[in-house]
Design a protein around this ligand. Structure first.
Ligand code: HEC
Length: 119
């Protein structure tokens, strides 16, 4: 392979790397989200997101019911911010550091699916 071709390969690689890193997180993967939810969120928010997990009864502040209209109206970004930073003075702590960006996006996508399911 001629030298100039190697050069353009290197340039392509440098250009493509950030794209690949961004692309990794999209589109959110609901199956992965479900797995994250089952592991970390279900105990409070309940298996179907009604805020009725086994730990809910012992909490002073009820976990969010994702079927509430107020919750439904929030944008994905709003929910993502809550997951990322938590809610002060509530049992809902920040998940940044425990979950990757991709996992947080996946779990929000899964919450959206749950919130559209009827009982
Ligand atoms: C220890 C219990 C607990 C755990 C575990 C927990 N949450 Fe929460 N969550 C809460 C409480 C309490 C609230 C606040 C409800 C309120 O503000 O009325 C909340 C609120 C939220 C909200 C905001 C909903 C809205 O309508 O604004 C989102 C989104 C959320 N939780 C997602 C998650 C996700 C995703 C996980 C798992 C990674 C998780 N929670 C784990 C207790 C918990």
């Amino acid at each position: 392979m001629p030298r100039w071709l190697w050069g353009s390969c290197a340039v392509l690689l440098i250009l493509a790397t950030p794209l690949a890193l961004v692309a990794q997180d999209y589109p959110p993967d609901v199956t992965r989200g479900k797995e994250v939810y089952g592991r970390h969120c279900q105990r409070c928010h309940g298996p179907s997101g009604w805020g009725d997990g086994p730990e809910a009864a012992s909490l002073r502040m009820k976990p969010a019911d994702f079927h509430r209209f107020g919750s439904y109206l929030k944008s994905d970004e709003d929910l993502l911010r809550t997951v990322e930073h938590g809610i002060v003075f509530s049992p809902m702590h920040a998940w940044r550091g425990q979950l990757t960006d991709g996992e947080m996006q996946d779990v929000v996508a899964y919450i959206r699916v749950l919130s559209q399911q009827a009982r």
